[in-house]
Design a binder for this molecule. Structure first.
Ligand code: ME8
Length: 511
């Protein structure tokens, strides 16, 4: 089994912000979960460095596009480890090997008869790098996303015959209903296709900053075709993922990981992924990805957060104060994955305190403390309480099924219900009372063994969301095994526990 997950490649026209962190975190949760299942996983992220958004931003700063790209690509590259993201490769579209694949694949599209010369005339948003249809233009001839005035473009281009794929795309949507989720986005994409597809520019004539068109040196490829192909090109030159079986060095990863299992994107780039991308792959005779999942927008004060709108919550500041795990948890817990949701410092602090600190943190610290206090740190050799076993039955399978559908918030809720169940169990059983009665020693043994095993089980399942904290806690339980098959309640065999500092301190060291 192999699993290949991607994020969009982010524009280097500005610094990374929380919106970028969000998709990277979500992809990381999926990658880690599939690694727990023993699958071979490839997780790709990177930067989109060509096109007008980058050329214009560089021009405004009075520097070359390559210089801006180099500068900002480093910041995106640095963001991934700060988020705890375990990406196997970081692609930059200025990589020579990527450019070669773009040229090769798009030449094939031309040889296959899907490219012709024409003149484009219409409205264009340089920030989106997108040509807008009449029904996509806001009042005052403005971009509905960036609210800037659209430019009028007239340009001789090579066109991609998108219209030739109207019927194949309708068939794709009919035959593979799970190819794009959530359903609202599937419907939106399908109705766009049904409304009639027009051919789109494949190259830009006046722009210099892009991948050169091999059959006409006056053109570069339109940035979106160059960008989309990153998902494919990366597998041709990325090194082997960590932990890959020996002897595979130099092997083409395409054979093992293509087609992609999941592309994660937000709805701003739905049309490119849901319409252009499958059409392009069909034109190039390349197999289509298995799934696209479209998450919503993180909103601040009701507006989509983006650098150009200037209402950015800084992920670096949150991580510095509370750690990456807290940010990962908050974003996937507070905003139902797939829907828009507002984020704020106030709701972050509330989740941190009421759930991470008071529910999980306390469960961990009191479980360990009671075993230390009543049994000198040795876990009693007792079976798990059947009353609790029932509430945990089938949990790893349910979590896996949700993650298979990219339902990351629902999966987390499944796990969190068990965190709460364990806290209720403590209250119900009141181990401190059992400890006062020698006749109840066996009951106390069972309660402590059940608690620590329950804690282990939820912690293994939480690892994709809270990798650092989960590893620290499992270390204290002497149970480092992360395999999903052993996440089941009762599969563990903890012998001794050791105390650790609070997992989610209420007062941060710096605060
Ligand atoms: O569109 N809420 O790059 P980009 C949620 N280079 N997610 C957000 C977000 C927000 N407020 N803001 C950004 C591009 N994102 C192209 C993509 S792919 C072949 C080329 C995330 O830097 C989300 O994943 O504008 C969104 O789709 C992506 O960043 C856009 O990043």
């Amino acid at each position: 089994m192999s699993f290949y997950v991607t994020t969009p490649i982010y524009y280097v026209n500005a610094a990374p912000h929380l919106g970028h962190a969000y998709t990277t975190i979500a992809a990381d949760v999926m990658a880690r979960h599939h690694r727990q299942r023993g699958e071979e996983v490839f997780f790709l992220t990177g930067t989109d460095e060509h096109g007008e958004p980058v050329a214009d931003a560089a021009h405004a700063l009075g520097i070359e596009p390559q210089e801006l790209a180099d500068r900002n690509a480093e910041r995106f590259k640095a963001l991934a480890p700060q988020l705890g993201a375990s990406n196997d490769f970081f692609i930059r579209t200025t990589d020579r090997q990527h450019e070669a694949t773009v040229q090769e694949v798009l030449s094939r599209v031309r040889e296959n008869g899907f490219v012709y010369e024409g003149t484009y005339e219409g409205s264009y948003c340089p920030r989106c790098a997108d040509f807008k249809a009449e029904n996509e233009i806001d009042e005052g001839n403005r971009c509905p996303i960036h609210h800037i005035e659209l430019t009028r473009e007239q340009e001789d281009n090579y066109f991609f015959k998108l219209s030739a794929f109207q019927e194949p795309l309708e068939r794709l949507y009919a035959e593979r209903e799970d190819w794009l989720a959530p359903r609202t986005r599937y419907n939106e994409a399908l109705s766009f296709i049904r409304s009639g597809l027009r051919d789109v520019p494949l190259t830009r004539h006046r722009l210099k900053w892009g991948v050169p068109v091999p059959w006409d040196s006056e053109h570069v490829f339109y940035v979106w075709f160059d960008a989309l192909l990153n998902y494919y090109s990366a597998l041709r030159y990325a090194p082997q993922p960590a932990g890959a079986p020996q002897g595979l060095a130099g092997e083409d990863l395409l054979g093992r990981f293509w087609p992609a299992s999941y592309h994660l994107i937000a709805k701003d780039i739905l049309r490119f992924h849901a319409v252009y991308w499958p059409a392009l792959l069909m034109a190039a005779e390349i197999e289509l990805p298995e799934h696209i999942f479209v998450h919503g927008y993180l909103l601040m004060e009701g507006e989509k957060m983006s650098k150009s709108l200037g209402n950015v919550l800084d992920p670096f500041a949150v991580i510095e104060r509370y750690g990456a795990d807290a940010l990962r948890f908050y974003l996937l817990r507070d905003v139902p994955f797939g829907q828009d949701g507002s984020v704020s410092t106030a709701s972050f602090e509330l989740r941190y305190e009421s759930e991470l600190a008071n529910e999980l943190g306390n469960l961990a610290s009191r479980t360990i403390a009671m075993i230390v206090r009543f049994r000198d740190g040795t876990v009693p050799a007792a079976g798990v309480d059947p009353a609790l076993a029932e509430d945990f039955a089938g949990l790893p399978e349910r979590v896996a099924a949700q993650i298979d559908r990219a339902e990351l918030t629902l999966a987390l809720e499944e796990i969190w219900q068990r965190v709460r169940r364990l806290n209720r169990y403590v209250e119900e059983q009141a181990p401190w009372r059992l400890a006062r009665d020698d006749a109840r020693a066996e009951d106390l043994d069972r309660v402590l063994a059940t608690l620590v095993e329950g804690l282990r089980s939820v912690t293994v399942l939480l690892w994709p969301y809270l990798p650092q904290s989960a590893e620290r806690l499992l270390g204290a339980l002497g149970a480092p095994d992360l395999a999903l098959v052993n996440a089941r309640l009762g599969a563990g065999s903890i012998e001794r526990v050791s105390t650790i500092d609070s997992l989610f301190p209420k007062e941060s060291p710096s605060g």
